[in-house]
Design a protein around this ligand. Structure first.
Ligand code: KIV
Ligand code: NA
Length: 264
């Protein structure tokens, strides 16, 4: 099995082949997604909500994310493992960004890092890529800026479309190897995809992107409750686990587990 590298994603774009990305936070999901052929696994700061039970992505720390990223990179044979830089760990300066990204590369064996932001992140992206660290950009709706953006809202409608294109071009020019677009109108995402040489990865950005990403607990029904419109549910993991846990509990209470075959 040949490892997916950043240049493979660019070559896929050039061939008109789409690729898939999912979040992963631990061993078994990472192994399963790798086996399924998912090209990119993101140790997202969405671990904040999805692993650590915070309400937003803001509270999660570098020290919390590094062990998750290490577990995921140890668990894959093929997928490219991208680690999210959490809120507050890169915005202050390019130097801060570099020192944080180096920790993910050295301590967690990440293959690349991702950071949120547009034009204002150009110095950070340049510093990281010049320092040998591949950077995935993330524009459109950026959850770490939720309070600045006024909540979960589509970005780049109407006149703001031009800004999304400019941001993507700036990220490419600064050295990013790919760009995530979150909650951007489909036609705008298509225009961005045609305008840049690097692959675009959509989440709530329509079908024209070069790749797609979803939070795995959303896509496979591990999380329950209201989902954003852009999520398609492919499985009901919550239902499977709930049923299994109930059966186990019932067996224990009935004395039917363990039986002879489970007993030394
Ligand atoms: O943290 C995350 O899960 C993400 C993806 C949704 C792109 O940034
Ligand atoms: Na994220």
């Amino acid at each position: 099995i040949k490892r997916i590298r950043t240049h493979h994603l660019r070559e896929m774009k050039q061939r008109g082949e789409r690729f898939a990305m999912l979040t992963a936070y631990e061993q078994y999901a990472a192994q399963t997604f790798d086996e399924a052929g998912i090209e990119v696994l993101l140790v997202g700061d969405s671990a904040s909500n999805n692993v650590f039970a915070n309400e937003t992505s803001l509270p999660v720390t570098v020290d919390e994310l590094i062990p998750l990223a290490r577990a995921v990179s140890r668990s894959v044979r093929r997928a490219l493992v991208v680690a999210d830089l959490p809120f507050g760990s890169y915005q202050a300066s390019p130097e801060q960004a570099y020192l944080t990204a180096v920790r993910f590369m050295k301590e967690a064996n990440a293959h690349a890092v991702k950071l949120e932001g547009g034009i204002e992140m150009v110095p950070q992206v340049r510093k990281l890529t010049e320092g040998g660290i591949p950077v995935m950009a993330h524009i459109g709706f950026t959850p770490q800026s939720e309070h600045n953006l006024g909540g979960y809202r589509v970005q780049g409608r109407g006149d703001a479309a031009k800004k999304v294109v400019e941001e993507a071009l700036a990220m490419e020019e600064a050295g990013a190897f790919a760009v995530v677009m979150e909650m951007v109108p489909g036609d705008v995402a298509g225009e961005v995809t045609d305008s840049v040489g690097i692959p675009t990865i959509g989440i709530g950005a329509g079908p024209s992107c070069d790749g797609q990403v979803l939070v795995w607990g959303d896509a496979f029904g591990f999380r329950t409750g209201r989902m954003p419109r852009f999520v398609k549910q492919y499985a009901d993991i919550h239902g499977v686990l709930l049923e299994a846990a109930r059966e186990y509990a019932a067996d224990v209470k009935a004395g039917t587990f363990p039986s002879d075959e489970h007993t030394f």
